[in-house]
Design a binder for this molecule. Structure first.
Ligand code: ADP
Ligand code: MG
Ligand code: ZN
Length: 495
């Protein structure tokens, strides 16, 4: 397969025989934990706020201050580790990662080095209908840095320390992915899980989920990985895919021309669609990691870990399998329903109120999702409740109202009038006519006006039945039960 990629450095479209090369991808994912307070002090973690108003002497790095570990951070990290099938370390510790940058007032970041809190996990992703297992090397806890505001005031750069000390987990994967698609699938899986377990809101745009991608290429079939580059500053899921594909193309171009890849950190510019060298890659020793002397190690008991494991909600993979077997939904619908826990919850509640699963799924993925997209709201904000949806589905399936009338009821419920499904049906006169006597009257009337259709039917043109059903339906102003109309017309025609 010849793929054409744009290689911006040389400003031309270059045809690359990607068949000859295989790409290798590993991710480092940072996720801000949604604890109320920061990792080592009591300041709020809230996003936004006036610059430098969410900080204190501890998180702004004043000398002599002492950090205290926020227990919730440990709990959330353990939760994330268990949800990603990791081993939880009963003994882990914090380390100082030393580097100078203006957004890091202490000139070291408190992180974890050789003893992360979680390790050796995995997650399964599905790409092109194939399930693939991706190793999770480790998950560690660390503090976030502040933000630099360039040219916000006059001609310089200012530091906003509101984000300093916001707790992060860093999830490091094995270099197990072979395409941008797989990397994106894993990132999405991780977001879904972190949201299910309520430890992060994972908004890439607000930076509460950030992803650095490590990419290398090697000749197809090789067992030795090529030199990797690391790319930073990727701020959306689609940008992840673009950044990886562009980097793969760049590297293939370099090596196929006989060049070598240097281990470096690059900065992705999504608008330009290209990446730029930030720095040649530092090794771990450059950070002069050493144990954080101001914090006690994190010592956990089996009981503590098991207690968190017991309280984990049903996770997306398990839910997926259950929806397929228990509700007989399609693979496609199931994938959409379990993608967010709110959608899944709404669905399950509707079913618990007696809604037919297939119908509930259709309403949620159809009309309801349409409203959510149009209004940019979540399913928790929509006016209709799972119980009302179940009632609506019940009235359609028991023949009280038609599908079309169902849509009218749905629209009415969105107006938040507080009326029940039954009240709306009553008030709008939407009840379907199932009274055979009344429908027979209408059938007879329509047949008397359409003698030629009767002739046609007698000659074997049975498709006139559909036409006649339509006529009767119109006669009843859409309220007659179509099943009964159909049955009565056939009976009359066969007389
Ligand atoms: P560092 O800590 O220096 O960033 P790691 O060994 O922890 O280095 O690896 C960081 C990331 O790079 C991991 O996600 C890993 O899967 C990935 N990685 C390692 N080697 C390669 C490679 N040859 N190609 C692509 N990704 C790689
Ligand atoms: Mg790294
Ligand atoms: Zn603080």
């Amino acid at each position: 397969m010849d793929t054409i990629y744009c290689v911006p450095e040389i400003g031309i479209m270059l045809e690359v025989d990607s068949m000859e090369y295989e790409s290798v991808i590993g991710l480092e994912i940072h996720s801000e934990l949604s604890t109320k307070t920061k990792i080592f002090c009591g300041c709020t973690t809230e996003f936004g706020g006036d610059v430098n108003t969410h900080c204190c002497p501890i998180c702004s790095g004043m000398p002599g201050t002492l950090p205290v570990m926020n227990e919730k951070v440990v709990e959330y990290a353990v939760k994330a580790g268990l949800a990603m099938n990791c081993e939880i370390s009963l003994f882990s510790k914090q380390d100082r990662k030393n580097y100078f940058y203006p957004d890091l007032p202490k000139a070291y970041q408190i992180s974890q080095y050789d003893l992360p809190i979680c390790k050796n996990g995995y997650l399964d992703i599905t790409v092109n209908n194939e399930v693939k297992r991706i190793g999770i090397t480790r998950i560690h806890v660390e503090e976030d840095a502040g933000k630099l505001l360039h040219n916000a005031w006059g001609n310089g750069t200012l530091v906003d320390m509101n984000r300093c000390g916001v707790p992060l987990i860093e999830i490091v994967t094995e270099p197990d992915m072979r395409s941008a698609e797989e990397a994106k699938a894993l990132l999405e899986k991780i977001r879904t899980i972190l949201r299910y377990i309520d430890v992060s809101d994972c908004k890439m745009q607000e930076g509460s989920l950030r992803c650095d991608v490590n990419v290398s290429v090697m000749p197809k079939g090789s067992t030795e990985f090529g030199t990797r580059t690391e790319m930073k500053n990727i701020s959306s899921f689609s940008a992840t895919e673009r950044a990886i594909n562009t980097e793969i193309a760049r590297q293939i171009n370099v090596v196929s021309e006989g060049g070598t890849i240097s281990q470096e950190t690059r900065r992705w510019d999504d608008e330009k669609g290209e990446s730029f060298v930030m720095r040649t890659k530092e090794d771990a020793q450059d950070y002069r990691y050493f144990p954080e002397p101001d914090l006690a190690p994190i010592v956990l008991t089996e009981e503590y870990v098991e207690n968190i494991r017991k309280n984990l909600p049903e996770l997306p993979d398990k839910k997926h399998a259950r929806y397929l077997s228990e509700y007989g939904l399609s693979e496609y619908d199931t994938t959409l329903l379990v993608q967010t826990k709110e959608l899944a919850k709404f669905f399950e509640e509707a079913v618990s109120y007696g809604a037919l699963p297939k119908a509930a799924s259709n309403w949620i993925l159809g009309d309801i999702s349409k409203v959510l997209n149009e209004r940019g709201i979540t399913i928790e904000e929509i006016e209709i409740t799972p119980k009302q949806l179940a009632e609506l589905i019940g009235e359609i399936s028991n023949g009280k109202i038609s599908n079309t009338a169902g849509k009218t009821v749905f629209e009415e419920m969105l107006l938040n009038t507080g009326k029940s499904v039954a009240e709306i049906i009553e008030e709008k006169g939407l009840a379907q006519v199932s009274d055979e006597g009344a429908i027979l009257e209408m059938v007879k009337k329509v047949l008397s006006e359409n003698a030629e259709s009767i002739e046609a039917y007698k000659k074997g043109k049975t498709n006139v039945v559909g036409f006649l059903v339509g006529k009767v339906m119109k006669e009843s102003q859409g309220k007659a039960n179509p099943k009964i109309i159909n049955q009565l017309i056939v009976e009359e025609l066969n007389k």
